[in-house]
Design a protein around this ligand. Structure first.
Ligand code: FES
Length: 153
């Protein structure tokens, strides 16, 4: 009987201690957050947090080069003056849609011409002469100051 009483009191004591443990822990909490002790990083401006605009314009050449050679660009884009409005520019993907040769701008004829099988394309990329049947891909392009810029997205 005495042993049962001792076991009961031991059980009661352990249970009480276990139930008080969370209270003890919360009492020890200083209220400080974990990150309070870490060094702060200077806040950046909202513009710094903006992700890069995938649809932004890329400089592909200068107006001086465009007027000197008739076109500027690279393997991905070919920019020429718009024959319908010389103050504007048009941009196409110069990869011929027939078999993939690089088209060239023929300023005297106002069209792009493929040297491989002689397809012709209008400044807006439309097929003027086969064997190509699909138009050249086009891009939005503009002149800003002395730069020729293309939106490649
Ligand atoms: S690759 Fe251009 S016409 Fe054939």
């Amino acid at each position: 009987m005495n042993m049962q009483r001792r076991s009961f009191l031991t059980y009661l004591g352990v249970s009480w201690a276990a139930s008080c443990f969370p209270l003890v822990l919360s009492a020890c909490d200083t209220g400080a957050k974990k990150n309070d002790a870490e060094p702060k990083v200077a806040a950046s401006s909202p513009a710094d947090k903006k992700p890069a605009d995938p649809a932004s314009f890329t400089v592909v050449g200068t107006v001086a080069d465009l007027d000197k050679t008739g076109s500027v660009g690279n393997k991905q884009v070919l920019v020429v003056r718009d024959p319908a409005n010389k103050s504007k520019v048009v941009a196409v993907n110069p990869t011929c849609t027939h078999k993939g040769c690089a088209v060239q701008w023929k300023a005297t004829e106002n069209h792009f011409e493929c040297p491989c099988h002689d397809s012709d394309f209008a400044p807006d990329g439309k097929v003027l002469k086969s064997p190509a049947t699909k138009p050249l891909a086009t891009y939005t392009a503009k002149i800003e100051g002395d730069k020729v810029m293309v939106k490649l997205a």
